[in-house]
Design a protein around this ligand. Structure first.
Ligand SMILES: [Fe+2]
Ligand SMILES: [Fe+2]
Length: 395
C-alpha cells in the first residue's frame, strides 16, 4: 500500500457500509473498494489508488520513462540496482583514516627501487584525474539520462564513490608530499595517459548537451557511453595498474596505498556490475539498439581500448622487475576485456583462459574476510546492520 498514490478526500464521518471496515487500531479502519483502499482516521478519509501505483510501475523505464521529480524509488522495478546499491553501501570506506606513515617512511628513505617508484607515480598521475572523469561522466552522461529512480539512486552512489576515490588520491599525495604540478603534468604530458582518456571522453561533450533518446542512433550513443565508462575504462583500463600497485603491496611495499587500492578495486567491481545491469536492461527495453553493426562497434571500441591500455602498461612497467612480469600485465588487460565482453553476450577477442592474477579476485571479495568498519568505526556498521525483514522483501 505504501506505493499507492494518496488522494485525500473530504471527511466522511459516516461510512456508507461500516460492515466492510476492518478495525486496525482503535479509531483507525480500512476497507478495499476494488483497486482503492480507503483508510478512515477519526473524521478523515484517505483513498489510496493502487491502479495509479501500477501505472507508475509500468511507466518506469531505463530511459524515456516516467520522470519522478521526488526521486521516489518506489514502486521498485529494477531490484538488482537496489541490491548493488546495498552492496556498495556495505563496502563503504574513508581514505583519511588509512595510516600512511609506513608508506611515507618507505617513500622518503628510498626503500623502493626507481622502477617501483615510477609505478606508484604513474598510479597517482593516472587515477588522480581518471576517477574524476568517471564521476563526471556518470553524473552528466549516465545519471542525467536515466529515468527510473532506483537506477539514478544507485548511480548517485557510484558518483559518490568516485569522490571517495579522488579523495584517496589526495590523501596519498598529501601523505607522500608529492609535487602536485608534477602529478597534473603527468596526466597531460604522458601520451599513453592522454590518449586513453581522450579515447573514452571524446563523445562525452555532445552527450552532455542533451540528446533525443527516442532516436535509435542516440540510444546507441548512450549505450556506448555506458559501455565506455563502466566496461572499458573502469572494467578494463583500471585493472593492470591496480594489479601493479597491489603486487607491491604483496611485497609489503606502500601498504597504505595498497589498502586503498584494494578498497577501490572492490568498489570498481560494483560499478562494473551496475553498468552491465543498466546496459542489459536498456537493451532489453530497446532491442533496436542491439544491431549486429552496433555489437561490432562495441567490440571494436574495446579492442582499441585494450591497445591503448597495453601501451600504458608498457609505460608503467617498461621491463620485468622483481615479482612483476610485463607480459602477465598485458595478458591481464586482455583477460579483463574478454570478461567484460562476455558479460554482455558479445564475442570475446583474446581467449586468455587463465587469470594471471587469480589472487586479485580474492582482493575484490575481501569483504568476506575483512570489513573496513570492523577494525574502525564499528558503531557505523553495527547500527547500519540492524536488519529489517521488509527491506529484504524489496530485493
Ligand atoms: Fe573509481
Ligand atoms: Fe568506479
Amino acid at each position: 500500500m505504501s506505493s499507492a498514490l494518496i488522494d485525500p478526500v473530504e471527511p466522511d464521518a459516516t461510512p456508507s457500509d461500516p460492515l466492510n471496515f476492518t478495525s486496525i487500531q482503535g479509531d483507525v479502519s480500512a476497507r478495499e473498494e476494488g483497486d482503492v483502499v480507503v483508510y478512515q482516521f477519526r473524521n478523515k478519509t484517505f483513498r489510496l489508488n493502487k491502479t495509479k501505483a501500477r501505472e507508475r510501475l509500468a511507466g518506469k523505464k531505463v530511459i524515456n520513462g516516467h520522470r519522478s521529480a521526488e526521486l521516489n524509488v518506489l514502486p521498485l522495478k529494477y531490484h538488482e540496482a537496489y541490491r548493488i546499491y546495498k552492496q556498495m553501501k556495505a563496502n563503504h570506506w574513508e581514505p583519511d583514516v588509512i595510516d600512511m606513515s609506513k608508506d611515507a617512511h618507505q617513500w622518503n628513505t628510498n626503500t623502493l627501487s626507481a622502477k617501483e617508484r615510477w609505478i606508484i607515480e604513474m598510479g597517482i598521475g593516472y587515477f588522480s584525474a581518471a576517477e574524476g572523469i568517471v564521476g563526471d561522466s556518470v553524473l552528466h552522461v549516465i545519471e542525467d539520462n536515466l529515468t527510473a529512480a532506483e537506477l539514478k539512486h544507485a548511480s548517485l552512489r557510484h558518483i559518490a564513490e568516485e569522490s571517495i576515490h579522488m579523495d584517496s588520491l589526495l590523501h596519498i599525495i598529501g601523505s607522500l608530499n608529492i609535487d602536485l604540478d608534477e602529478v597534473t603534468a603527468k596526466f597531460q604530458d604522458i601520451p599513453s595517459i592522454r590518449k586513453k582518456n581522450e579515447f573514452i571522453t571524446r563523445h562525452m561533450p555532445e552527450m552532455k548537451m542533451g540528446i533525443d533518446l527516442t532516436q535509435t542512433a542516440n540510444k546507441q550513443r548512450f549505450a556506448k557511453a555506458l559501455f565506455a565508462i563502466t566496461q572499458v575504462m573502469e572494467g578494463t583500463q583500471f585493472y593492470a595498474l591496480f594489479a601493479m600497485v597491489l603486487s607491491l603491496h604483496r611485497q609489503n611495499k606502500m601498504t597504505g596505498i595498497g589498502q586503498m587500492f584494494q578498497y577501490t578495486l572492490r568498489d570498481e567491481s560494483n560499478h562494473i556490475a551496475l553498468g552491465r545491469y543498466i546496459l542489459t536492461e536498456l537493451i532489453n527495453e530497446n532491442p533496436d539498439i542491439w544491431t549486429s553493426e552496433f555489437r561490432q562497434e562495441l567490440t571494436d571500441f574495446m579492442r582499441e581500448g585494450v591497445e591503448l591500455e597495453q601501451e600504458f602498461v608498457s609505460d608503467c612497467l617498461p621491463e620485468d622487475i622483481v615479482g612483476m612480469r610485463q607480459q602477465e600485465f598485458l595478458d591481464y588487460v586482455e583477460y579483463n576485456a574478454d570478461r567484460r565482453l562476455a558479460g554482455l553476450g558479445l564475442p570475446t577477442l583474446y581467449k586468455v583462459r587463465t587469470n594471471p592474477f587469480g589472487w586479485l579476485d580474492e582482493v575484490i571479495f575481501l569483504k568476506k574476510e575483512k570489513n573496513f568498519f570492523e577494525t574502525r568505526v564499528t558503531e557505523y556498521q553495527t547500527s547500519g546492520s540492524v536488519r529489517n525483514s521488509n527491506e529484504d522483501d524489496l530485493i
